[in-house]
Design a protein around this ligand. Structure first.
Ligand code: GAR
Length: 209
């Protein structure tokens, strides 16, 4: 494998059903992938993301309830992870993790940030708030992660319509469908940039969607 072919090592961290982890892993098997998923990290042993990873033979680490920051750092270091992809991770990420990865931490959020973001805005809570606000358009955002909830630079967004008769679950399903396209493509562009350049990845990768 030449330097150009080398794939960037990515870990996915989450606590949910794992559908975005599945999309990221599945995209990484394409010939043109610039990244590979070397580790899945879960905050709960019973989370769907654990079986998603096991089914695809990706190593899994389940963080303990106590001292999880140290366990997370140690898992990232021992697997030599370069980029961390949050997918359904609901806590604040410690600064030590962002520093270790030199800021190469991305998140997917199920709305068009900066709207419907912030503490407590996750999963169905977001879709409930979007419906209650009477929005006709919502979407998904991939952004860089800082220590504040949903505040890092936005890398890409895709929108979907909110339909009459939608409930939070039907809306979540429609948003997840675009998340599964958006996140892997942005990850591919982001890691391509890391691989091909010595500079930091851009804040506006242009995916081919
Ligand atoms: C995704 O919809 C993601 O956008 C959301 O959690 C879901 C995880 O689903 N993240 C947040 O709400 C973060 N604020 P998944 O486990 O099926 O990928």
């Amino acid at each position: 494998m030449t330097a150009v072919d080398k794939r960037i090592s990515v870990a996915v961290l989450g606590s949910g059903a794992g559908s975005n982890a599945a999309a990221l892993i599945d995209r990484s098997s394409a010939n043109d992938s610039s990244y590979q998923i070397d580790l899945v990290i879960a905050t709960r042993g019973d989370a769907g993301i654990v079986s998603v990873a096991s089914d695809r033979r990706i190593p899994v680490v389940v963080l303990p309830a106590e001292h999880w920051e140290e366990s997370l750092l140690s898992a990232l270091q021992s697997h030599q992870i370069a980029v961390l992809a949050l997918a359904g991770f609901l806590r604040k990420l410690p600064e030590s993790v962002i520093t270790l990865l030199e800021g190469n931490v991305l998140n997917i959020h199920p709305a068009l940030l900066p709207r419907f973001g912030g503490q407590g805005m996750y999963g169905l809570h977001v879709h409930t708030a979007v419906i209650e606000a009477g929005e006709s358009i919502t979407g998904a955002t991939v952004h860089r992660v800082t220590q504040e909830y949903d505040e890092g630079a936005i890398l890409a967004q895709m929108s979907v319509e909110v339909r009459a008769g939608d409930d939070p679950r039907t809306l979540q399903n429609r948003v997840k469908t675009i998340e599964h396209r958006l996140y892997p493509e942005i990850m591919n562009v982001y890691c391509q940039h890391i691989r091909d350049s010595t500079s930091s990845p851009p804040n506006n990768p242009k995916p081919q969607l």
